[in-house]
Ligand binder design. Structure first.
Ligand code: MG
Length: 342
């Protein structure tokens, strides 16, 4: 302690003693701690049969936004953006998509990890959920890197109910039983050494559409759901049928990524099919993260090029998709936030 600090302490000490006389208990509740957050309300999210439920075993649907690949959309990986997504969009969940190939984690592990942890810290601070997504189409070829990444995340955040792990974004045309499943089991084994209970979301072949295949040969773990990814301009009733088959097999699904564009992320918006998919989400109480928070000139990007990376977006900075989805998420989660006092 330097001299000026000592003098300051001498001046403040009587005041500090006065303030502390009512309660000397270090656990006394400060005003900021009395605010209830989304995560305070729902606690540890887990599966119960084919449902996703909250800490009281009540079915819960979380709705929010996915960020874009971290190596290209990393400027949106900041606390101010996350806070805006909670306060203005009513997001109860944000997905951090850690880019792996194409200049991502494989090339710059520390830089990409730092972006992801910035988003996790922000979500914990504002009390919403965060999906930590290994955003890779070939994760089975990067098993050791994935294990290292998820070990770091689970060690640091495994005790936080906010965190969910998505271990393989979208496998392509590879086998579930001999490729995706063993990869996922190896990563899950590492996560479970540090975090015995948080939700783990597992991908399936054909860009996380073959949920029915995974459901016939499921992973043995107490808290695993399967990601269901769709783009409403491309995927239709046949994919909803596969999803229903998986649910009927008894596994839980989690829509950790969907867009209202075509599967390329671009193209036209089919509003009729979008309405069918959003009804499907509601019918089965599925959680969802829309793709994506990015200021790119393509249909699925929620923001127009040049939108500020720190939130506070004006209406004219939102794309057609962004405007539509923001309105939907605000409607979905309005009741949740009405009951919270932040
Ligand atoms: Mg845990």
């Amino acid at each position: 302690m330097i001299q000026s600090d000592k003098r300051m302490l001498a001046l403040l000490l009587p005041l500090l003693l006065l303030c502390s006389c009512k309660s000397t208990d270090s656990t006394s509740v400060q005003p900021s701690q009395t605010k209830r957050t989304v995560v305070d309300q729902f606690g540890l999210i887990h599966t119960k049969g084919n449902k996703i439920v909250d800490k009281n075993d009540n079915p819960v649907a979380l709705h929010g936004m996915s960020l874009f690949w971290s190596q290209w959309g990393g400027n949106f990986y900041n606390e101010s953006c996350v806070r805006w997504l909670r306060d203005d969009w009513n997001c109860t969940i944000v997905r951090a998509a850690c880019g792996v190939e194409s200049g991502g984690y494989l090339t710059n592990p520390q830089a990409e990890l730092a972006k992801v942890t910035t988003v996790i810290d922000a979500c914990i601070k504002v009390g919403i959920y965060v999906v930590v997504d290994w955003h890779d189409h070939n994760a089975h070829n990067h098993l050791e890197q994935a294990k290292g990444f998820f070990q770091t995340i689970a060690q640091k955040y495994g005790d936080k109910p906010n965190v969910m792990y998505e271990v393989f974004n979208e496998p392509m045309q590879v086998s579930w039983s001999t490729v995706v499943k063993p990869y996922s089991e190896a990563v899950i084994k590492v996560i479970r050494q540090y975090d015995p209970d948080n939700l783990i979301i597992v991908g399936s072949p054909t860009w996380s559409q073959d949920v029915d295949v995974a459901a016939r040969d499921p992973i043995v773990d107490p808290n695993v759901a399967y990601s269901l990814h769709f783009y409403t301009g491309t995927h239709r009733q046949s994919l909803r049928n596969k999803a229903m088959a998986a649910l009927n097999s008894g596994v839980a699904l989690f829509v950790s990524e969907y867009g209202i564009s075509e599967a390329s992320g671009d193209g036209v918006i089919d509003y009729n099919e979008t309405a069918l998919w959003l009804s499907f989400i509601d019918q089965y109480t599925l959680s969802s993260c829309n793709w994506s928070i990015m200021d790119k000139n393509e249909t699925s990007a929620a923001l127009k090029p040049g939108a500020t990376p720190t939130g506070n977006w004006r209406d004219e900075e939102l794309s057609v998709s962004g405007t539509y989805i923001r309105s939907r998420i605000r409607a979905w989660n309005g009741e949740v936030f009405k009951n919270l006092n932040h």
